[in-house]
Design a protein around this ligand. Structure first.
Ligand code: ADP
Length: 584
């Protein structure tokens, strides 16, 4: 039998079985604890030497990693770590007896001084000083940490102080007894083992664990395992297991049982994120997402909302843009349609002016041509009769030349009037419209009748019209008046033009003292191609009315108050009184 407290993990000799045990009570205590195990194994395995090595956490880990041990005996927490990291494998679990089973053997007691009646529950440890052996203590810290975590108390954040006082565990009791710490964490059953001295302390929040002989603040966990290492020969492991299972159960030393389930230890370590589960503390994306999922979900929602909002705004912008483009295109289309219509109307107006003028032209040219023909015929007749004198020839040819000149004058005036032009509105004085029309009329007619002109408008009156179109209307009305009165006695052949204002309307009245208009004619007066004249076209009045209407005005016929002849009234809106314009 060999017992070695130090140095750990010395060189192996042939036939030697080396067992590492976790040192938690101090060397002497460990020796006493495990000597029955040594004796029994050596007795059961003749010819083998059993060497026990007492190691702390780090030392045992190093020895296992170096393959310098065949078996280890350690606390469940440390075992779970080495199992995950270095592949050790439990073959037995300690059976402490005395009401404890291998599966329900270990607990933690959170202790306070018996006279501290102010501390009754674990949650009251917040803000207190708590003594522990060390963070690696299984029963001495980790089990209690698990219970505290369940009620939301974090030793690191919520305790006023977490004092690691080190082995032996009685140091924790000293710290509590002296008042350096308000509470301490020790493995369950430590107090009970102290006898009378244990009564100075009280276990906080003791749990009801049936059959368990000690007070515990935590649930119970399996007892220490004995584990083989990766390289341990299976046959040796089998021999050791059989030998230990056959230890006398009646002895007052602990015996061994088949291995317990250490899943509860795994669960505890996963919850605390320590040992093999320390990686959970690393802030991987997944762990962060799990831990902060409400924030992640909120952020994702906000992001989603923002994306939806952006997409919708973009969609609406596109819709509106499309609508706007369509509206602009429609406006352009309407504008060009309106332009085309206007051009068409202008073109028609020009054509109708020309049409009307061609009637006037025919009429006007008729007379000089007839005169020329007369003189030419009379020359021929006189020549035939031998009565053609020089004087007569001179007179006739002179008259022919004069008439030809007159015809040419008519043509050039009408050509000037009829030349292509676009309708153009301009502000003109009504008096100018009338006097120009009278002058034109006199120029066109060989024997123009007398025309009286009356102007009752203010001197600076203006109206915006197409000057030539209005002149055309007035010419037509004068011509019709002339036609209606030329067969009348001379005193009824004079024509009249009068300018008057009715509100903002200009009225130009053209009056004759001619035949007047019977009812049948009056009904059809403005019909296109209605005429009572042999050489008439019947277009004059209908064109005049459309010109009046194009100016927003009206043209209508009436009978003068004295009942003689006819008066036509051209009524136009927009008469302005504009002295400023007049001065320029
Ligand atoms: P046109 O002079 O070529 O006949 P208009 O449209 O100018 O064509 O006139 C149509 C008809 O209206 C004339 O034929 C005539 O019978 C009648 N009319 C027009 N003005 C007068 C008028 N001042 N007095 C009597 N009848 C008129």
């Amino acid at each position: 039998m060999l017992l070695a407290a130090s140095p750990p993990a010395t060189a192996r000799t042939s036939g030697e079985i080396r067992i590492g045990v976790l040192d938690f009570l101090g060397s002497e205590a460990t020796v006493g604890e495990w000597s029955p195990l040594l004796h029994h194994l050596e007795a059961a395995l003749p010819g083998r030497t059993v060497r026990l090595e007492q190691l702390d956490h780090a030392g045992m880990r190093a020895a296992v990693a170096a393959g310098k041990l065949d078996f280890i005996v350690t606390n469940p927490g440390h075992y779970v770590e080495l199992e995950a990291e270095l592949g050790v494998s439990r073959i037995l679990t300690l059976d402490a007896g005395g009401g404890r089973t291998p599966a329900r053997a270990l607990g933690s007691a959170v202790i306070v001084r018996a006279d501290r009646s102010d501390l009754q529950s674990l949650i009251e440890l917040r803000g207190k000083r708590v003594a522990i052996v060390g963070r690696e203590g299984f029963g001495g810290f980790q089990l209690a940490w698990g219970v505290l975590a369940d009620i939301g108390v974090s030793p690191d954040e919520d305790f006023a102080e977490l004092q690691s006082v080190g082995f032996p565990m009685s140091t924790v009791l000293d710290a509590v007894a002296s008042g350096r710490a308000d509470a301490g964490i020790v493995r369950a059953c430590l107090l009970e083992g102290l006898g009378e001295a244990g009564r100075a302390f009280r276990v906080l929040a003791p749990r009801n664990e049936p059959g368990f002989p000690c007070a515990t603040s935590t649930p119970l966990y399996p007892d220490w395992p004995l584990a083989s290492l990766r390289h341990t020969p299976p046959e040796l492991a089998r021999q050791v297991a059989i030998a230990l299972l056959s230890m006398d159960a009646d002895s007052d030393h602990p015996t061994w049982a088949v291995p317990a389930d250490y899943q509860s230890v795994h669960d505890l370590f996963r919850k605390l994120e320590i040992g093999p589960y320390a990686y959970l503390r690393e802030p991987t994306l997944m762990v962060m997402a799990q831990r902060y999922w409400p924030w992640v979900a909120g952020f994702a929602l906000v992001l989603l909302g923002w994306i939806l909002y952006t997409v919708r705004v973009e969609y609406l912008v596109q819709l509106r843009t499309a609508a706007l483009s369509a509206a602009l295109a429609e406006r352009d289309r309407l504008e060009s349609a309106a332009r085309a219509t206007q051009e068409q109307a202008d073109h028609l107006a020009r054509l109708s002016v020309l049409g009307e003028l061609s009637g006037t032209l025919a009429h006007e040219l008729n007379q000089p041509l007839a005169t020329i023909a007369n003189y030419a015929n009379s020359i021929i007749r006189r020549a035939d009769n031998g009565r053609l004198t020089d004087a007569a020839l001179r007179e006739a040819t002179g008259e022919i030349a004069a008439q030809a000149e007159r015809a040419s004058g008519i043509l050039s005036r009408i050509r000037a009037f009829a030349r292509k032009r676009t309708a153009a509105r301009e502000a003109v004085a009504p008096v100018e419209l009338a006097t120009e029309a009278i002058a034109l009329f006199r120029g066109m007619m060989a024997r123009a009748p007398a025309i009286t002109f009356a102007d009752t408008l203010p001197p600076d009156s203006r109206i915006e019209v197409d000057r030539l179109q209005i002149q055309q209307v007035l010419l037509n009305l004068l011509k019709n008046g002339y036609d209606a009165s030329r067969d009348q006695p001379p005193e009824r052949q004079a024509l009249e033009i009068r300018l008057a204002a009715t509100g903002d309307r200009l009225e130009i009245i053209v009056r004759d003292r001619g035949s007047g208009i019977d009812e049948a004619t009056r009904a059809r007066l403005f019909e296109p191609f209605f005429t009572t004249k042999d050489d008439g076209l019947g277009l004059g009045l209908s064109i005049c009315r459309s010109i009046a209407e194009a100016h927003g005005g009206r043209l209508f016929a009436g009978t003068p108050a004295d009942g003689i002849g006819t008066c036509f009234t051209l009524s136009l809106p927009g008469l302005k009184h504009d002295p400023a314009h007049d001065r320029t």
